[in-house]
Design a protein around this ligand. Sequence first.
Ligand code: EZ4
Ligand code: CO
Length: 402
Amino acid sequence: MKIINCKVIVTCPGRNFVTVKIETDEGVYGIGDATLNGRELAVVSYLEDHLFPCLIGRDPQQIEDIWQYMYRGAYWRRGPVTMAAIGGIDIALWDIKGKIAGLPLYELLGGRSRDGVMVYGHANGVDIEETVDEVAKYIDLGYKAIRAQSGVPGIPSIYGVTEDKMFYEPADEGLPAENVWSTEKYMNHTPKLFEKLREKFGFEHHLLHDAHHRLTPIQAARLGKDLEPYRLFWLEDVVPAENQENFRWIRQHTTTPLAVGEVFNSIHDCQQLFSEQLIDYIRATVVHAGGITHFRRIANLADLYNVRTGCHGPTDLSPVCMGAALHFDTWVPNFGIQEYMRHTEQTDEVFPHDYSFKDGYLYAGSAPGHGVDIDEKLAARYPYKRAYLPVNRLEDGTLYNW
Ligand code: EZ4
Ligand code: CO
């Protein structure tokens, strides 16, 4: 079997997605997601100009060899653009392998470890009152786990809070929006939100929270301590994790479980966090961390240290990522939870899929491969629109982490 054609499909059914399609001489094709929010076209060029030409004529079944060729063979290693491009191709190759075998992807990985995949939803409101109401809606929908994000008095707009409550979208059309940030205001406010949530709903549901890389280690340690009475499932991305040693400080001070890694793209980003047991959940994805082939290595290493997976699953990764992630989650022994930000109907129409939601769990389908396709005709109706994530400035104008 040979690869005869590779293409990338950029579509914007409400937001931009970058999709890889690999076609073979036997008619079987595979689909992969390579979306990198706000930097989509850099990945497109990496794929079209640098990777696709090397794939034509290769046997798509040699996934490992192709992965090594793309990674080692480039000489230049790691990085979000490189690894998203490799990830998109790798997912498409696993899809092809599943279709050839006539097996759903989780069977190729080693079979089911569980029936359903526990997911968490993203509840948000402009203030505590509205956030409490939104959490109630997720509970009514059957969710067992909910991440709560609230607006903060004195901060005009903030990560995670939007008008459209079901379909959270952080990127805006045009050039980057500018937000204002105050760590002090945020830290005073956030424990009050969780106090209220536990008072209202008790301790039956898992509650999560995302600090979105905005604290220093000692601030993170304090927030973790302040939140301890509310028994969070996890506190996410407390500091930007380029410096893995930062987590030593945080870990010494709090028993609030820590999750990190949605911007990670390599096993080397997590190695120290795992080996020193500084975190509890790894948030990388099969897209941004170099595909199933590389994310599997990350999950296996994590397992040695009792770290569990909690894959990033935002609206800005396509249903192709979600499909592949669900097969991965269905297999991976050290599964923790899966993020589930729902896609709009428009997006779901472009990417027909066979996964389904019931009572707080997502279920991978049984179609061969990962079970997600792309309707290319429909996709063509939604051309790319430039969009960026916002940037943050402190109240004095200093550019800060968003
Ligand atoms: O801001 O995916 O946990 N989820 C997140 C996301 C990220 C976006 C960035 O593209 O932090 O909403
Ligand atoms: Co996050």
